[in-house]
Design a protein around this ligand. Structure first.
Ligand SMILES: *Cc1c(COP(=O)(O)O)cnc(C)c1O
Length: 346
């Protein structure tokens, strides 16, 4: 084994989708932007479609085109970036549904693809994407026919945050009684309860085993091969900048993955890896292709060490790096040997 091995459990992803779907009485879509959060667009999306997902969301039209190639025919594919200049052909040829974000996008869409389906995104306070309330209220609602009207919550991972109720009230005020199909919630919003569900939810991270869906089954394991092991005497230092010094006789393993593989540099002297159930601290800096690990506590030199495993979820690794599970997943690099399995769990 020369390459590190990233294993994605497709059954765990479909169980997470089903569990999130079971929390609502509305339809559940799947967000597969950024290569399905780094886990592989085609395999993840095809598996979710086989599980029952019919509606998918991506960030960019180019991602939508790749998804259409993977899924074929009848899935509804929404594009968060909307109708960007230069995307008209991709949108038309792949049957994508842009979520129009501004009056300019609406004009562009009506000019270039008058009969082609579209949705509308409203800004209810996040100030990232979407029509401002004034723009929305100025529309001639007799003349538009979006297939979806959506907005996005800024603070849904914090159930007590007043922004949640504020955005909910704003979304209701703007859309109540107009008869549109509506969507407000990603993973966090699903967990806020029925008021937030509307007609369609859009979970992403929860499908992939991440917080705030704490019932999620873990999806990813990442196992890294050990290249060599050595014995350090007390006082010897490790790696660039001599940032770690052995305080005891230390067995040190050098492991074949680094920041070029998404093991964030912030994990230097902070992360840990696992051999079976035993935690082994990452010591010294993270290099581009290598990390160094204190394996003194192990009875034998390991052949490999796990950095994502049942003992360490994406969120636990994210905490050690001072980031979030989303960034850990989407940073996982191109050099891993990737496998999918269908294990799941009960
Ligand atoms: C990424 C994204 C989602 C999915 O969010 P999760 O927190 O991963 O569930 C849903 N809606 C929008 C607009 C997004 O950008």
């Amino acid at each position: 084994m020369t390459n590190a091995t990233l294993t994605t459990d497709l059954t765990a992803i479909s169980q997470n989708w089903q569990a999130l779907d079971a929390l609502t009485r509305c339809e559940t879509a799947a967000v597969v932007k950024a290569d399905a959060y780094g886990l592989g667009l085609e395999q993840v999306a095809c598996h979710l479609a086989a599980t029952g997902a019919r509606i998918f969301f991506v960030a960019l039209a180019s991602e939508g085109a790749a998804l259409r190639r993977a899924l074929g025919g009848d899935a509804e594919i929404y594009v968060f970036a909307g109708h960007m200049r230069g995307d008209t052909d991709l949108i038309r040829d792949n049957g994508l549904t842009p979520l129009l974000n501004s009056p300019e996008q609406l004009t562009r869409h009506q000019t270039n693809l008058a009969d082609h389906a579209y949705g509308l995104q409203l800004d209810t306070g996040m100030n990232r994407l979407g029509l401002e309330p004034e723009d929305w209220l100025a529309l001639d609602h007799g003349a538009i026919s979006p297939t979806l009207v959506m907005s996005h919550l800024a603070c849904a991972d914090d159930p007590d945050h007043p922004m949640n109720r504020q955005q909910l009230a704003c979304f209701n005020e703007l859309t109540e009684g107009l008869g549109y199909r509506r969507s407000l919630s990603a993973t966090g919003g699903i967990l806020l309860g029925g008021d937030y569900h509307f007609d369609l939810t859009r979970p992403g991270i929860g499908l992939y085993g991440g917080q705030p869906f704490d019932q999620a089954r873990p999806v990813v394991t990442l196992s890294l091969p050990v290249i060599q092991t050595r014995l350090l005497q007390p006082g010897e230092t490790v790696g660039y900048g001599n940032s770690w010094t052995a305080g005891r006789p230390t067995r040190l393993a050098t492991v074949a993955a680094g920041y070029a593989d998404g093991l964030l540099r912030a994990l230097g002297n902070r992360g840990q890896l696992f051999a079976g159930g035993t935690a082994c601290p990452l010591v010294g800096r993270v290099s581009m292709d290598l990390i160094t690990v204190d394996v003194t506590e192990l009875a034998q030199d390991p052949e490999s060490l796990d950095i994502l495993c049942p003992q360490q979820t994406v969120d636990q690794l994210a905490d050690a790096a001072g980031t979030i599970g989303y960034e850990i997943l989407t940073s996982l690099g191109p050099r891993y040997t990737r496998h999918t399995v269908k294990l799941g769990g009960s």
